[in-house]
Design a binder for this molecule. Structure first.
Ligand SMILES: *Cc1c(COP(=O)(O)O)cnc(C)c1O
Length: 359
């Protein structure tokens, strides 16, 4: 077996022990004589998977009792429209735009509510997180939306904006499970699975109970959080396989020390890369230091030509999908939980070698 180090921003690596475990049960899950992919979502074995996924996630993130967790479809992008359709009292919502996904969420919301951008970091190509405080928000805003980790630009909030009584809604698609979070500071947290959880297909939404009956009358049944909350995520056929793998990833994290232990490793991996980049005169990362992501690390070499050469030589050496997003250029190493420390160590070695050969 030969596995590459996959630095893709998503879909991305999954922990090898989890892949092996789900492979072992692929044709016969727990003596059922079938795979989870072939199983009725109303069957007892699947009900157990669904329940366990919920309870393990609740435990890992210490989700308080006044929040519900649902597993839905449509990716994080579908939540961009679900949010303004679900939380609408005064028909006003404030957005902080720190990157491409935050901008998409803001634009989508404008179709269903009076969405206002209260802060934006596009002036420096999203290399920082704007400082905001309470008075920046409209007092009667229904919610404030942030993107906690900006996958494309490699930035992350170093603070949780103080929105007072206004519910804070956060897209955590590319950082969930990499850090302990105080869920009680948020009204809604959502994340697509394919970055740091499971295969694409399932999206996690954590919703505070008081925000579950504020939907617009036109809110489609399938986008209404209340629908899936009442039905325990089984209103319609769920993405069973993706939820199953998510459950196994949650179990794996729990067995390996939980989020705190994972976070320490994630910080260590990110520091390996940032320390090397910061001490090099060849590579650079333009993100303001206090707002750097530990999950997505963009960097450039001295020229676009060398960037292209780096990407192609890296792929030959077994470091794949390291090309930066077209909006940023250069390279981007996405180093989610499943990226082994060894993958980052070997990448740094490769970067050193490339620097010497191309200086
Ligand atoms: C990938 C990503 C999205 C889009 O997710 P889909 O599941 O493809 O809709 C949204 N927000 C962030 C922060 C992401 O990283």
């Amino acid at each position: 077996m030969s596995r590459v180090f996959n630095f893709s921003a998503g879909p991305s690596m999954l922990p090898l022990p989890v892949l092996e475990k789900v492979q072992a049960g692929l044709t016969d899950y727990n003596g059922t004589g079938m795979s989870v992919m072939e199983m009725s979502h109303r069957s007892k074995p699947y009900q157990e998977i669904n329940d366990k996924a919920e309870s393990l996630l609740r435990e890992l993130l210490s989700v308080p009792d006044n929040y519900d967790i649902i597993f839905v479809q449509g990716g994080a992008s579908t939540q961009f429209e679900a949010i303004p359709l679900n939380i609408c009292v005064n028909r006003k919502a404030d957005y902080i735009v720190t990157g491409n996904f935050a901008k998409k969420a803001f634009k989508e919301a404008g179709k269903y509510t009076d969405a206002r951008c209260v802060a934006d970091s596009s002036d420096k190509n999203y290399t920082y997180i704007p400082k905001v405080n309470r008075k920046d928000f409209r007092e009667d805003a229904d919610y404030v939306h942030i993107c906690f980790n900006n996958t494309i630009f490699g930035s992350h909030y170093s603070y949780i904006p103080d929105t007072g009584d206004i519910p804070l809604v956060a897209d955590m698609s590319s950082c969930i499970l990499s850090e302990e979070i105080d869920v009680s500071k948020f009204g809604v947290i959502y994340a697509g699975a394919q970055k740091n959880i499971a295969p694409a297909g399932v999206t996690i939404v954590i919703v505070r109970k008081d925000l579950q009956d504020k939907y617009q009358p036109i809110c489609p049944t399938m986008l209404k959080w209340e629908t899936q909350i009442k039905e325990k995520s089984l209103y319609n056929t769920p993405p069973c396989w993706s939820t199953y793998v998510a459950m196994e990833v949650f179990q794996y994290l729990k067995d390996n020390g939980g989020i705190k232990a994972m976070h320490d490793i994630d910080v260590m991996k990110a520091n390996l890369l940032y320390d090397y980049i910061d001490n090099s005169s060849f590579y650079s990362n333009g993100v303001e230091k206090e707002s750097r992501s530990i999950m997505n690390v963009p960097f450039v070499s001295p020229s676009p030509e060398l960037d292209a050469k780096f990407v192609s030589e890296a792929a030959k050496a077994g470091f794949v999908s390291i090309k930066g997003h077209r909006l940023v250029g250069g390279m981007r190493a996405s180093i989610y939980n499943a990226m082994p420390v060894e993958g980052v160590e070997k990448l740094v070695e490769f970067m050193k070698k490339f620097e010497i050969e191309n200086k």
